[in-house]
Ligand binder design. Sequence first.
Ligand SMILES: Cc1ncc(COP(=O)(O)O)c(C=O)c1O
Length: 422
Amino acid sequence: MAVLDISKARACFPSLRSGHIYADNAGGSRTAQAVIDRIVDYLSNTNAQLEAGYAAVNSQRVAEGSIAAVELFNATSLDEVGFGSSATMLLENIARALENDIQPGDELIIMYEHEANNGPWKRLAARRNAVVKYWHPIPVSAENPYSVTYRVEELLPLVSSRTRLAAITACSNILGSVIPMEETVKALRQRAKEQGAMKIEVALDCVAYASHRRIDVQKWDVDYCVISVYKVFGAHNAVAYVRPAALQTSFTSIVHDFLDVDDKPRKFQPDGPGQELVYGASAIVPYLKSLTPEDDLTASFNTIAKHEQEILTPLLRFLTDAKQVDRGVRIIGESEINFSRTSNVSFVVVGQNAIKSKDIVEAFNKKGGISIQCGYFGAYYLIDNLRPKLDMNDGVVRISFVHYNTIEEVEKIVDVLREVLA
Ligand SMILES: Cc1ncc(COP(=O)(O)O)c(C=O)c1O
């Protein structure tokens, strides 16, 4: 496996030149220069209504954004992807488009993860008299009650003959762990078949997954999948994959009723896709491929995963060391370093010498030069359901790296933590 040329990768991001250590990439990554260049070029030179004859190149440029999305999802056709302003909005649009295909009594399974893949389904269930069921995370460590994860064993008993949809978050933006998607969806569909469910669809939130591991909607056999472009080195927009069969048979168009949208993504994408941002997104795939000589996304993501595991080691080792555990440090999620663990670490400091998450972040802010954050990061119900209960006004500390973070940066963060937790 190729080793990541980190200097080459970092040189692609103008904001990294300042030397500032960005360690809340789960909130949003840096934007690659190539993305910025395309946005500026589009607005400077080809900005016009799509299909306007005098700027014919603009339609081709917007199509390039969709080609990149097809590659990122490992989808098969441009007719399977649609853009929007955010993953939250795309999932809401998808739920709106599904409205006529959800019957009273249908069951929708959701998790305790980011509300983007919960709220639309809760609201849809309320509108259609459907039932919401929750896939609970369970504690997996005798020592740390906050070390929780999702197991398929807790998902399968939720499946019944009325299960219509499972909304899954492929990677928790708090826990940092990845759901084994292929096995999970296979088991889910098998159980649904045994129970006599007529139609089950899977809606996947890959927002916290997309910068860390390779997405494969075909292999995973999912119906809907969303990512936020601004968390995969692009600008502030988002893109969704929708399985063609779902476009044809599950969706009712949510665009102007006089438009003939056929069975195209336009069905869930009311009007403009944000042209310059879509064109900007077309630069992401070449950037990712440039990370390894193979010129292949899977190879790049394998290299990214390996680098992430290396830089995760000093941070997790420090936070889980006996001295810090005695001090009250508790990881939110699992602490083992393996392929299923992304470089996103959340923790709290509890007990007699508790420190507020806000005070830890404040200590970093006072020092300057390093960004970390605290809060519940949209996963309100995940944090609110942890026991012993945490202060929801304070939340958890989150430190999240992507492949352009260096081991030296991680060591600097550990040094600051050592001072703050002394
Ligand atoms: C796991 C996860 N899902 C969804 C979202 C929402 O994404 P967007 O800001 O594009 O709506 C976020 C944002 O932090 C997230 O981390």
